[in-house]
Design a protein around this ligand. Structure first.
Ligand code: AMP
Ligand code: ZN
Length: 290
């Protein structure tokens, strides 16, 4: 699997930094990623999704209220500043920044929506992208610590949010098919921490709450999740007391595209020179003529 990373670095598509899971990107890689991003964004324009952007750091209390430090402490990362000394410069670490790295693009949506009061009639739909950070250093080229997610988040009744998820499973399948990337869908679970986490993971899987779209990138036998379709039930809406206009319970779903992984899949399956990719794939990505 390291060969793929070496080849991508040799070709100038990725830039090594000396840290597992942290890579720079050359212009060609970034151009393809941005084109994918634009295609994903078009759906939101068609469906009236509200676009919001947040920096890649999050209020620590918001992440705690979302349950992240209980469920995924092994992936969490807090930002520290330094305590300083006039002679020696930085002498200690100071956690009072109250900031953590954002681990998934959708987390900041919930406190924002909660602050607005009850949902409007019909619920809400957001288009949100962010750099995300997960502390999972790996030699696997497709497992990064710092990467981008492009997400849609739907809040509403159970019917609303499940219909949204079904529609996106079809939509994403059509997108990956048009990019000629062989994929399969599978039930999945999040990497919940510890013994209690194992129970949560198996219940999530049994109840079909997380579905992933998998593509072979670094392994043919263990394909990589490039996109996930997540039904959070009332996990976030309960934590943030988000209700429908009539006071009934609101629920939520998100669909999350891994931008680096989807881009890597294109280079892995079609070669390192986008000018030589299959014409139908180029038509999808370069329909603006550039
Ligand atoms: P998740 O919230 O785990 O379902 O993540 C959503 C999507 O983000 C996944 O389907 C991946 O495409 C992408 N992703 C998650 N973790 C990583 C990672 N460590 N490196 C690169 N992409 C990731
Ligand atoms: Zn999400």
């Amino acid at each position: 699997m390291n060969n793929l990373r070496c080849d991508l670095v040799d070709a100038g598509l990725l830039i090594a930094t000396g840290v597992d899971g942290i890579v720079g990107r050359g212009a060609v890689f970034e151009d393809v990623l941005m084109r994918l991003n634009a295609i994903i964004a078009r759906w939101g324009t068609r469906h009236g999704a509200e676009v919001v952007h947040f920096p890649p750091v999050i209020n620590r209390t918001h992440l705690e209220r979302n349950g992240y430090l209980k469920s995924f402490p092994q992936l969490a990362t807090a930002l520290h500043g330094f305590t300083c000394d006039a002679h020696d410069g930085a002498v200690g670490e100071d956690l009072s920044t109250d900031l953590m790295m954002t681990p998934a693009a959708c987390y900041p949506v919930y406190p924002m929506v909660a602050a607005r009061g009850p949902l409007p009639i019909g619920g809400a739909l957001f288009n949100i992208q962010s750099w995300c950070f997960r502390r999972e250093p790996s030699q696997d080229t497709s497992r990064l610590q710092s990467f981008r997610m492009h997400e849609y988040v739907r809040l509403g009744t159970e019917g609303d949010v499940l219909a949204f998820r079904e529609a996106w499973i079809v939509e994403a399948g059509a997108l990956y098919e048009s990019l000629q990337l062989p994929f399969r869908l599978d039930d999945a679970n999040d990497a919940f921490f510890g013994r209690a986490g194992r129970l949560m993971a198996s219940s999530q899987r049994e109840r079909n709450l997380k579905i992933e779209l998998l593509i072979a990138i670094t392994s043919d036998t263990e394909p990589t999740a490039c996109c996930s379709f997540n039904y959070a039930e009332d996990h976030f809406t309960d934590a943030w007391q988000i209700a429908m206009p009539d006071g009934s319970k609101a629920l939520s779903c998100c669909v999350a595209f891994g931008m680096e992984r989807t881009t890597l899949a294109l280079f892995r399956h079609h070669g390192f020179d986008p000018a030589r990719w299959p014409a139908p794939v180029r038509d999808v990505l370069y329909s603006d003529g550039r």
